[in-house]
Design a protein around this ligand. Structure first.
Ligand code: DAU
Length: 348
């Protein structure tokens, strides 16, 4: 039986990946997660009793612990989702980003190399390319020009992985995904943050002019792409994953307001009037845009869920799971929130 090690398995995207693996294969999934603020066992409540899901609590930077897991479970593949992922947090303090995203990836690479793992899939991001404003959609071989400490840490991890492929012949595959959204996303990211704030009648903070563009990818589409890259991707290859459609942040926020109004039988102005422009995020990239020809032609993957359908489903999920939101937003999160948004208040 195939055994795979999934790191950061209690986080948003990885929990969807684990659910997909358990429903579509007979593989054993070894889930190694440190359970920091954004990783929650609640994200996997429905699969916790599945005998093919084995949970280890620990940090990917702990090489002794990682080695022990490899010796005990003998995974044939590693899928590295574990990461500090929130750009605003990396601007306040980049140390945990360097530690988990770079050193943690290095530990996994070293152990996987010693144990001769047959596949190592690194989950990366479109942010490694930096700002795509005025440029063609970014291709996998384009220059890396990350703007934030978060994006730099992910770019560093990508480079380490590629060097392990070139130097040691390690069976590396890298995927670079666009902005994800969907159920179980931690409410510090744009879409769940706006839903949560609109529901509590709080202001909706739009950074700068709100005309920055992002490619929004439904999380279930993303994890199906990651699974096909793991199963059929070429060793040493990088695959961009996105829908190819950009939207401005303001457009996304207005659509959230409209859909919430529709769901609750309210006037959309009730929510749109909460929009408040704040100072911009430092180093804020204006646009991310990915060329996804490679994954389409080599792996036959393309996004299946339109933004309107995915967003509607997501809003309904948050409306029906408000207790989840309350349980994942602890006192620690509140302090972080005050730190970020106090600094962004417009003077005028
Ligand atoms: O592009 C992939 C990346 O998407 C992932 O690699 C990151 O881990 C993930 O956090 C996400 O990064 P972003 O910075 O794009 O996501 P975020 O949800 O923080 O912000 C999306 C856009 O919305 C961005 O242009 C900043 C803006 N924004 C965000 C927040 C939280 C606001 O205008 N107001 C806000 O309060």
């Amino acid at each position: 039986m195939t055994t795979i090690l999934v790191t950061g398995g209690c986080g948003f995207i990885a929990s969807h990946f684990i659910r997909l693996i358990l429903s579509q294969t007979n593989w054993r999934v070894i889930n190694l997660d440190a359970i920091t603020y954004a990783g929650n066992m609640e994200n996997l409540e429905d699969v916790l009793s599945n005998p093919n899901h084995v949970f280890y609590r620990g940090d990917i930077t702990d090489s002794k612990y990682v080695s022990t897991i490899f010796e005990t479970e003998k995974p044939s593949s590693v899928v590295n989702f574990a990461a500090e992922s929130h750009v605003d947090r990396s601007i306040i303090d980049s140390s945990p980003f360097l530690k988990t995203n770079i050193l943690g990836t290095h530990v996994l690479l070293e152990v996987a190399r010693q144990k001769q793992t047959s596949r190592f899939l690194q989950v990366s991001t479109d942010e490694v390319y930096g700002d795509a404003e005025g440029k063609a959609p970014r291709r996998e071989d384009d220059l890396l020009k990350p703007s934030s400490p978060y994006a730099s840490s992910k770019a560093s991890a990508d480079l380490l992985c590629l060097s392990y492929h070139r130097t040691y012949g390690m069976p590396i595959i890298i995927v670079r995904s666009a902005n994800n959204y969907g159920p179980f996303q931690f409410p510090e990211k744009l879409i769940p943050l706006m839903i949560r704030k609109a529901l509590t009648n709080s202001s909706l903070p739009v950074y700068g002019d709100g005309l920055q563009q992002r490619d929004w990818l439904y999380v279930k589409d993303n994890v199906s792409a990651i699974l096909s890259a793991l199963q059929s991707g070429h060793i040493g290859s990088i695959y961009n994953i996105g829908t190819g459609i950009d939207r401005t942040n303001l457009d996304v926020i207005n659509t959230i307001c409209d859909l919430l109004a529709e769901e609750q039988g309210e006037d959309t102005e009730k929510f749109r009037s909460l929009i408040e422009f704040t100072a911009d995020r430092p180093g804020h990239d204006r646009r991310y845009a990915l060329d996804t020809e490679r994954i389409k032609t080599e792996l036959g993957w393309s996004a299946q869920v339109s933004f309107d359908v995915g967003l509607k489903d997501t809003i309904r999920w948050y409306l029906n799971n408000q207790s989840w939101i309350e349980s994942v937003t602890s006192g620690k999160y509140t302090t972080y929130y005050e730190d970020v948004y106090a600094g962004l208040k417009q003077d005028s």
